[in-house]
Design a binder for this molecule. Structure first.
Ligand code: GAR
Length: 193
């Protein structure tokens, strides 16, 4: 079985989109793949409720319980590796990862970022896109490398920035596209494995 481990910090709507697409498209029959676990660094991440309702094993690893970034990432690696993952999927996982972690999962670590990379790495992407006067915004699925929000681009989706947009309306428009492109990228990768 090709195990997918998804890491979240919050709402988990991208995780939910991946789980629902996996169900609808029968990834277990088609690719021999399943979402094996959902891990969060926050106990109150809303997405954990959805995962539990779906019967997916979940675990919380509180980064504040670890003295250093390296110690947290080491604990995270232990939890992830217990699943023998084929893919590790960052879905709104709001932690900067150490080079050791990124290197450990080289080639099988994915992220989705709510901008058209390489524009607007980091936080507050929608606000910054509006402030910059961008007419288009979007989201990027990319392989994770040591440099934050860099790494080979696997897919992008573009949406218009409308005159009346604030960061919330733009974020919502981008998010609907995230829910389409992330499962597609994962399915494509699973098919090739
Ligand atoms: C998504 O918009 C995702 O692209 C973004 O956080 C949101 C999580 O939503 N990720 C980042 O900003 C990572 N730097 P979700 O928890 O509902 O999937």
């Amino acid at each position: 079985m090709k195990n997918i481990v998804i890491l979240i910090s919050g709402g988990g709507s991208n995780m939910a989109a991946i789980v629902q697409t996996a169900e609808r498209e029968r990834w277990s029959d088609k690719f021999g793949a399943r979402v094996a676990a959902v891990l969060s660094n926050k106990a109150d991440a809303k997405g954990l409720v959805f995962a539990r309702e779906k019967g997916i094993p979940t675990a919380v690893l509180d980064h504040k319980a670890h003295a250093t970034r390296e110690a947290f990432d080491a604990a995270l690696m232990t939890a992830i590796d217990a699943q023998q993952p084929a893919l590790v999927v960052l879905a709104g996982f709001m932690r900067i990862l150490t080079p050791g972690f990124v290197g450990h999962y080289a080639g099988c670590l994915l992220n989705i970022h709510p901008s058209l990379l390489p524009a607007f790495t980091g936080l507050h992407t929608h606000r910054r896109a509006i402030e910059a006067g961008c007419k288009f915004a979007g989201a990027t699925v990319h392989q994770v490398t040591a440099e934050l929000d860099h790494g080979p681009i696997l897919a992008q989706a573009v949406v218009p920035v409308l005159p009346q947009d604030d960061e919330h309306t733009l974020a919502a428009r981008v998010l609907t596209q995230e829910h389409l492109i992330y499962p597609r990228v994962i399915a494509d990768l699973l098919q090739k494995m």
